[in-house]
Design a binder for this molecule. Structure first.
Ligand SMILES: Cc1cc2nc3c(=O)[nH]c(=O)nc-3n(C[C@H](O)[C@H](O)[C@H](O)COP(=O)(O)O)c2cc1C
Length: 161
């Protein structure tokens, strides 16, 4: 699968097969993800592998679609506002790299915002200064949902003099 195929066929996966997922595979995709652009090489990503006890405490409504692996992705905070923003942008790039690496090997990812709530942050032990980027169910998709149609990007392009 080439990069454009991986980009266009990625979906937010809400239901996973029961099939286990090799954690070493997940670590390979995380390693690939770490080649994300990041200003001044802050490498601001932090990853937690969320175990069953913590996962149950979060009480996600579908338990992350039954994903065999759940990962928390946070971004290192900073007192300098622009650095904090740029860190979060870099971690979003990391997240997309991760999803594409997983997609290219037949796996899928469920991106959930649940971890951003104060209650979830406390359960997950996220330091106050850090930003939650997302909590991700990872596994083999039960099925691949159809693509959600996008507005043709040509309509978003403006040519400046
Ligand atoms: C920052 C961010 C937060 C998201 N949070 C959620 C979420 O809480 N629940 C959810 O079902 N999807 C969430 N998504 C996934 C989007 O709903 C999904 O990407 C969008 O519907 C487009 O579908 P697709 O990814 O399959 O193309 C999130 C995506 C992003 C980038």
């Amino acid at each position: 699968m080439n990069t454009i195929e991986a980009i266009k066929s990625r979906r937010n996966i809400k239901e996973f097969k029961k099939e286990p997922l090799d954690l070493n595979k997940v670590k390979e995709w995380l390693e690939a993800a770490s080649y994300a652009p990041n200003h001044r090489m802050t490498e601001p990503w932090k990853i937690k592998i969320v175990g069953p006890q913590t996962r149950a405490a979060l009480r996600h409504k579908t338990d992350f679609g039954g994903a065999p692996v759940v990962l928390l992705l946070t971004s290192k905070g900073s007192d300098i506002e622009i650095e904090r923003t740029e860190n979060a942008l870099a971690v979003a790039c990391f997240a997309q790299n991760f999803m594409l690496a997983a997609r290219s090997e037949g796996a899928g990812v469920f991106w959930s915002s649940l971890a951003g709530s104060p209650q979830s942050r406390a359960i997950l032990g996220v330091p106050e200064e850090d930003d939650v980027i997302g909590i991700f169910g990872v596994g083999y998709p039960a099925s691949l949902p159809p693509a959600k149609e996008r507005i043709p990007v040509a309509r978003k392009i403006e040519e400046m003099p």
